[in-house]
Design a protein around this ligand. Sequence first.
Ligand code: FAD
Length: 278
Amino acid sequence: MIPPIASRFVAGETQAEALEHARQLRDREIHTICNVLGEHHHERRAVSADVDRYRQLCRDIGRTDLEACVSVKPTQIGLGIDETTFMENLGAIVGTARDMGVFVWIDMEDRTTTDATLNAFERFVTEYPEMGVCIQANLQRTEDDLRRLVELPGTVRLVKGAYDEPKNVAYTDRSAVNEQYRTHLKYLFSETSTGAVAVGSHDPQMIDRAIELHDAYGTPFEIQMLMGVREDAQAALAAEHDVYQYVPYGKRWASYFFRRVVERRENLTFALRAILER
Ligand code: FAD
């Protein structure tokens, strides 16, 4: 069992807890993106176990009436071994998702994984358009990547980027990343030929801009936020827009929880207060 202090950001160690959380979100008209915690697997056994977990998750989501989807990390399902293993495993997950009518997101990891991730997305989304891929505004290559992606089926989730990248490939200044985010958001809303746009941000300014762009271009969109972050805003936005909460679960919750705690002073204060109040 995860300690109560971590349960703000992580649904639990088991799939059953994640789906129970999804049911509670549904009562608040918020949809769920389920993520089995895990990344950087270099051993085939760990990779296979998580691939099996995702396939079982797709089967079980498909049997419910939940508006839930899954989000996978490439290095969790084989990219830490080689690109062929990643492709095969993604194909297996997408095959099960397709049978069950479940949407599949691919998270984006650091810059060394971008090409393989986009190649895999392109390979599968042309057969199964109920897929999406995450793109990071902090990378300089993103303008070119988006030109390629808007021609494909599927959906793009635009985020600012969670990885520290070197200056020769990335915008490292916060205001420059924000400017890029705005530019890419406008491009997506104006150019996306098929799917919707997913706004993966807690930033009220970016969300307001997305709503303006939706009003201007009519492109469907959804707002995606993490479990435990701005949950009041999630509920308020869900009254008028499609809101998805990214819900991580699994035994590897400790490093994810630690990342959430250190990324913002408020989260650190919350964690310290919870410890002191015990
Ligand atoms: P920030 O730039 O961190 O903050 C901007 C403003 O938002 C703040 O000034 C504040 O007003 C508000 N805000 C932000 N956080 C909080 C908070 N905790 N409480 C209150 N207000 C807050 N990154 C990747 O690299 N790859 C991925 O695949 C990926 N997937 C993601 C999926 C989802 C659903 C989300 C939400 C994020 C994902 N990210 C991913 C992370 C992303 O790249 C950013 O690192 C992260 O979202 C922080 O940027 P931000 O736009 O939310 O806001």
